[in-house]
Design a binder for this molecule. Sequence first.
Ligand code: LLP
Length: 423
Amino acid sequence: PPGTTTAPDGGLRIGGCHVTDLAARHGTPALLIDEGALRDRAGRYADGLAARRPDSMVAFASKAFPCTAVYRLLAEEGLGVDVASGGELALALAAGTDPAKVIVHGNAKSEGYLRAALEAGVGLVVIDNFDDIDRLEHLMARVKAPGPGRREQPVLVRVTPDVRPDTHDAVSTGQRGSKFGLLLPQAREAIARLRGSARLRLDGLHVHIGSQILDTEPFVRAVAAVAELGRFPVYDLGGGLGARYTYDDRPPGIEAYLDALTAAADELLPAGARVIIEPGRSMVAEAGVSLYRVVTVKRSGGETFAAVDGGMGDNLEVPLYGQRFEATVATRVRAPADGPPGEWCRVVGRHCESGDVLSTGVFLQDPRPGDLIAVPATGAYTYSLANNYNAARRPPVVFCRDGRSRPVVRRETYADLMRRDLP
Ligand code: LLP
């Protein structure tokens, strides 16, 4: 995986740190983040978009990894943030994100969430439905927004363009029948209402068609769809670029994606318009590696199961979307020529659910109890969807860089699991 190297003893190194040391220091399971790789991707996104469209912003879709250390790191790299809840907003602000670079999303935004957003002075609120307009109008008359004389909140209208990318149904959002956004006729109606609003300033349109999209063509179709709605100063083109999870995945690179998107924007959108994008998965997925320890190896029904000390508690991508991951014995990445043969295995978790699988059809080098297993490309939607099934303690997040590792989120304790229980 990117950012990893192999030590002379055949062990995996992440951000220059050897997996054996990482496991000894931080335990397993653990979510290891190659900090250099993450900063590099953030820089490629921010600089790459700015080079192609000078007036632009990259806003990290923070639902992919809503942890204060990640918000802080991306703020340092100059990125904005997309939040989709009051919780994500609170985390972003606590981490020092500039409120002017915050984009507020959600298909069911509570009054409390919107109030907090307006009080913080967020840059943009994305209108998903007509109730958003009513609620914002109502709040704008009451909330003291920061900044002298700020009486108008900039907003975008989220358009459902009826574009269906070739991805899993559960992560497809731009088609007719989606719960997100407004189909073109309703979007026109919302635009007309907002043009008449004294307190909301319609800056432009937003579109997001789905996630883990592996070619650039659907993005171009989405730009074409929003271009039909008229000319605006701002277009937020969402996220959705796929990540490389398996050796067979060939997502477009960041630069190829930016090329296609900005070419479409140059051709179809007004010349001076500000372009915003909201990458989530493609920003963080490949910077993460999950580290587990093998608890047992079972050969049964013609299959070999390597069962590890984590699973769907820390990674729900497989049960939810059938996402495919690779896996490797982390101390024997390069198999010794005279060593024992490898075998095809299924890496399964420790939870009481048959769908609790991490990797299927992976070739492991003689897996044994006690071995460390690395599952690459687990930086996106793992921390955010982690849960306490079977009263599992959620794993730590460890930043690795230049041979040094530092935990930025500690492992949960059993006391944490009882912290909200009342006598
Ligand atoms: N913008 C909006 C408005 C979104 O709803 C999303 C993702 C993004 C940007 C970022 O999309 P990305 O670049 O990450 O594809 N939980 C699912 C993914 C759901 C994506 C939801 N929206 C999963 O684990 O696959």
